[in-house]
Design a protein around this ligand. Structure first.
Ligand SMILES: Nc1ncnc2c1ncn2[C@@H]1O[C@H](COP(=O)(O)OP(=O)(O)O)[C@@H](O)[C@H]1O
Ligand SMILES: [Mg+2]
Length: 223
């Protein structure tokens, strides 16, 4: 916390903006004396911030090696990481506005690329995990993924179901949202050459997980 305050004090000219985050402290540092391009600084919350820093740095470097679009890692420290700033539109905004444009295909392609990374025993694939649509940015016809605090391998439908859940969320009766999902899954199937079966089960599971998460949050606010 002390280093966040120090950072604030060093930016009296308001060259620092805070992004929305429920868990961490994430800021945009506009270009200044020490860096010519804007960068993002992410301070991690308890528990185990150092573990999260190590994991996120390792995954960002790994995904860059696979030429998957993620922000470049600029600096790692005991309290924070500094990464490249990706300007562009958060996918959460596109999803909210029922935009059925080419971002959907780009997101399916991005997902398919990460699902091409196998686990050591080759039984599972690398998963994005936390597919909140705020964790994707659409920039120059490409998707960039953000937020990799956990390294998880598993069935790719866990990610796909979660993306679909976040597109639907509380608006599941809206036909426009089902069309977005259909376009997303068709694009993913075209990339992978495989049909995705039983996805409803995974979407329902994501609904249940979100309900639990939101109840926990509500309870903790009430106490
Ligand atoms: N490299 C980046 N470029 C642009 N925006 C970013 C970048 N990193 C984070 N953000 C913004 O900050 C928010 C929070 O960062 P994130 O890494 O997702 O942390 P959290 O774990 O707190 O969700 C993101 O939803 C996004 O809006
Ligand atoms: Mg996030």
């Amino acid at each position: 916390m002390r280093s966040i305050n120090k950072l604030r004090n060093n930016n009296p000219d308001n060259s620092m903006n805070k992004f929305f985050s429920r868990r961490n402290h994430v800021f945009l540092l506009k270009s200044g004396r020490f860096h010519s391009e804007p960068v993002v600084i992410k301070f991690y919350s308890e528990p185990e911030p150092l573990e999260k820093i190590k994991t996120e740095s390792r995954i960002l470097n790994m995904l860059q090696r696979y030429q998957i679009n993620v922000p470049s890692l600029i600096l790692t420290n005991l309290n924070f990481i500094i990464i490249e700033y990706i300007p562009g539109t958060p996918v959460s905004e596109l999803g909210l506005n029922i935009n059925k444009g080419s971002w959907i295909v780009a997101l399916a392609e991005w997902m398919h690329k990460i699902h091409n990374i196998p686990s050591k025993n080759k039984k599972y694939v690398f998963l994005k995990g936390d597919c909140n649509l705020r964790n994707f940015i659409y920039f120059k016809n490409r998707i960039y993924g953000l937020d990799f605090e956990e390294e998880i391998y598993g069935d790719p439908r866990l990610d796909l179901g979660e993306i679909c859940f976040f597109i639907l969320d509380v608006h599941s009766k809206d036909p426009g949202r089902w069309e977005m999902i259909k376009k997303f899954i068709t694009a993913y199937e075209n990339c992978s050459g495989n049909k995705i079966s039983h996805l409803e089960k995974f979407i329902n599971q994501s609904f249940k997980n979100a309900k639990k998460r939101r109840k926990l949050k509500k309870d903790s606010l009430e106490h």
